[in-house]
Design a protein around this ligand. Sequence first.
Ligand SMILES: CC(C)(COP(=O)(O)OP(=O)(O)OC[C@H]1O[C@@H](n2cnc3c(N)ncnc32)[C@H](O)[C@@H]1OP(=O)(O)O)[C@@H](O)C(=O)NCCC(=O)NCCS
Length: 166
Amino acid sequence: MIIRREGPGDRPEILAVVEAAFPEPVEAKLLRELFASREYIPALSLVAEAANGEILGHVITTRGWIGKANSLGLGPIAVAPGYQRQGVGSALMHATIAAANGMGEPSLVVLGSTEYYPRFGFVPADSMGINPPDPSWGSHFMALALDAYAPGVHGQFKYSEPFNHL
Ligand SMILES: CC(C)(COP(=O)(O)OP(=O)(O)OC[C@H]1O[C@@H](n2cnc3c(N)ncnc32)[C@H](O)[C@@H]1OP(=O)(O)O)[C@@H](O)C(=O)NCCC(=O)NCCS
């Protein structure tokens, strides 16, 4: 398996993986909108590809903000049901973090399972002074300080526009 940027022609297969991984169509709709948004970042839309060329998983990270400061919002991430819990998601997460560090980005946030994301270093976002757009998200809203993190950037996180359509 390799992790690489999404390439031309990958999107139908990526969307099929996302539709298979999530029971509801919400995430696939969000992903379509993120692909079309101004906040789309080509270097942060990554696929996991098997040796036979099959796409096993995908993760996207788009521009977000803490107040006026740049940050990043991760998600959706999806692994094809037949390949889950075999390390594909972890490989996508590590590749995203490495790519974001390489770009000099300061921070990455995610809304998701408190069982999954802490293993990659995510902590409750409020412990870093980053507040969720919706207070009810509580500890499910997590953040990761990247190499260029500047303590003191506090405030409410703003996702890219498509997240407002959820
Ligand atoms: C969540 C998801 C992306 C993880 O990818 P994956 O390839 O299955 O995960 P990995 O194999 O890298 O898992 C690493 C570890 O996390 C655990 N894990 C996997 N999915 C998990 C989940 N949803 N919740 C909690 N732990 C999870 C695995 O058991 C494994 O633990 P271990 O190392 O102790 O054995 C994938 O399962 C998926 O697509 N799920 C459906 C869609 C979804 O829920 N997306 C995330 C929304 S927040």
